[in-house]
Design a protein around this ligand. Sequence first.
Ligand code: GDP
Length: 443
Amino acid sequence: MFDTLSDRLDSIFKRIKGQGRLDEKAIQEGLREVRLALLEADVNFKVVKTFTDRVRERAMGQEVLSSLTPGQQVIKIVHEEMIDLLGGSQEGLNLKGPAPRVIMLVGLQGSGKTTSSAKLALQLRRDNHAPLLVPADVYRPAAIDQLHRLASEIDIPAYPSTSEMNPVDICRDALEKARENGQDTVLLDTAGRLHVDEKLMDELARIKEVCAPSEILLVADAMTGQDAVNVAERFDELLDLTGVVLTKMEGDARGGAALSIKSITGKPIKYMGVGEKLKDIEAFYPDRVASRILGMGDILTLIEKAQTDVSEQEAQELEDKFQRADFDLDDFRKQMRRLRKIGSLDSLLKMLPGAGKMREQLQNVQMPEKELVKLEAMISSMTVTERSRPQSIDTSRKERIARGSGTTVSDVTQLLKNFNQMQKMLKKMGGKGKKNTAAMPSD
Ligand code: GDP
């Protein structure tokens, strides 16, 4: 899914991340490449323009956070804007209102309507609904048989329509039957054509009028790119869609339809088909899809963590302490905990794509993680007074601390020596503590 687009964006971002400083020119250059990548992915040109304009505006005006490199900031902005492009938050089916509710599936022939009807029925049953499948495509005789076959495969009832019947009558009668039989959701598999035509639209409009569907979902083939977007626009004009099911997403390397439909039609993608089997359907989560496109779900979690971990207040408190040069072992421990909360070095490495090799190489190297654990154990074995007045720690106290923390007296001595030096340095700075001294190291 989205392989071509992902690869392109990945190489652009690698370059952006590699630059320590990002000036206006570098951002412009990076965004020009992003623009080209999106256009090549067959994203609608108007959508691409709005997207890059917004990213540019935010990237130029960004507040550079001490814990992030500017490159990461730009990527984060691209990710956020991409989520927005894909629809913002996930939108499920509207199943409110009195049963039976009607879900009408519309779309061109071959888009995957019949298959998607059965896929959705399966999802609905899993969510404790009682669906009824209604084959209403009388023009393609195989469609009725196909849906009956799929329905019996998953043991979900299907209305016994035949190709001699009128589609509007089928839908009206099926709705009546569902009411009688206690089926709470009716899925109408309507007729498709090779192109949008007036006769078909009239028929769909009549079905809409008679059945008052709570959902009119356009089923569109993602592989057709901008054609799918145009079809969505046409169907929306005539039927006022409530959402889109984008099929064959697993084979779509470019992502143009997924990235354009919401912006162009204003209608959300609610589901995506990811294979021919009936289980191959997923609710469409814009954030997860954006992460897939950018191949960076875990890295974003990491950035998010770094950002939220240093709260403004905490950073300010520590800065004040630095300024007064009364940073004690307790504060030192707090800092270490913060560092460890972000994750052990090992788990951080696991989140980075392609870091497997690096982890192998590091296996025999002593991890700073172990050092941190040791330091924390020593500080935790001290009394409150010892932590705030480390100079009160004499040899017998050192022995007790070493025993309590499973370390040696020389480990404790080393810690106190380092800490003493740090304090001296702070005093020498004479309260000229710089802003962000307490922030996490970047990268
Ligand atoms: P309809 O004419 O709109 O009813 O389309 P069908 O449901 O008959 O689907 C047309 C073809 O697309 C069939 O071969 C389906 O198996 C296939 N298809 C539907 N959805 C997907 C999907 O998400 N992925 C893949 N790979 N194939 C799909």
